[in-house]
Design a protein around this ligand. Sequence first.
Ligand code: PLP
Length: 451
Amino acid sequence: MTPQPNPQVGAAVKAADRAHVFHSWSAQELIDPLAVAGAEGSYFWDYDGKRYLDFTSGLVFTNIGYQHPKVVAAIQEQAATLTTFAPAFAVEARSEAARLIAERTPGDLDKIFFTNGGAEAVENATRMARLHTGRPKILSAYRSYHGATSTAINLTGDPRRWPNDIGAAGVVHFWAPFLYRSPFHAENERQECERALQHLEDTIAFEGPGTIAAVILETIPGTAGIMTPPPGYLTGVREICDRYGIVFVLDEVMAGFGRTGKWFAADHYEVTPDLMTFAKGVNSGYVPLGGVAISSAIAETFARRPYPGGLTYSGHPLACAAAVATINVMEEEGIVEQAARIGETVLGPGLRELAERHPSVGEVRGTGVFWALELVKDRETREPLVPYNAAGTDNAPMAAFGATAKAHGLWPFINMNRTHVVPPCNVTEAEAKEGLAVLDMALSIADEHTV
Ligand code: PLP
């Protein structure tokens, strides 16, 4: 669909937004949200008719792009048939979505508890782990993001936790591997893996194994920097959890449903958790949906004892119909394979090539359509291009990088000193190349801030 410029409507939308919408994570008077007129595939456009290639997939959720006609039609059909129904009933869209998800999750994660998004999935996974083990503590990693509700924000290992931090009882943070900024001063992946596993074991020993309900990890930490774990790490964590009877939770809210070039990031590491959280890509974010995939052992705990948790809209028919259609479209159109192919043949090589030419790129890492460029002032010292948690003028180099990308029609994902390259899983080769060309220009601006 060709964008129809309509600046007057855009101005009215913006004025109403500024008057009445209270935005997430923002100082309300310091933001200037773009008024979006429409979107299709990998692009969206504003009311002036300016188009942007979306290298953010919204908030990393439009895994099949915007407005896929089959998913839109499925939502319309569900709305016409049965728009809503309470969670205690068996409803076709809900049971079919659960079946399709369970068939794709690893191992015996065969039961699905539906939520409205990722944070609620994390809340319920931790609740299940505590009730299953009868233990209070949850261990989670620094450099992680698990959502903004009470337990989820406390589990989160990034600065957004700080203002919300009530020192939640039972939450303990530990360091997960990240060789580029190794918390263990490791020199290679093998060392990083060994030391990270030893550190986790030590943490468990000092916290008391019998007090720990769960270890939660993002399979590939996303928001914190797309840090692919070293070989052997996740299977090592699995072994440690088994040794102490600790529930292993993998958070696949961002990495799941094709983003890494497999259905789940766990499939890359041949690891099966006891609980797996998901959201976002499950239905490309068309209607809010998340959930927890539950192993048979944990499901058994609640076979004859009520599970003390629930949500009014758990398994909402519209959201589930969108999930059924999304998963079917992903199969029919080979979208998971496409994400893998684009990662291997276009994004991976293209981003590495940019890293060779731009001194501001310290590291490129990722897989599928899940990549991060770590921008630095100095490649030798690895000093970040902007300080940790920078704001205002401190953040000027990243702001300039972002403004350049947008001026050339690319909407980039920016978090601290990184840009994440996270287009839809069905981004085409031409679109991926178009985005790389704009990143090339924007990185030249970032280069001006290197030593
Ligand atoms: N877990 C992970 C790994 C995430 O990336 C996110 C959101 O980005 C969440 C949980 C929270 O999901 P939501 O914002 O849907 O509550």
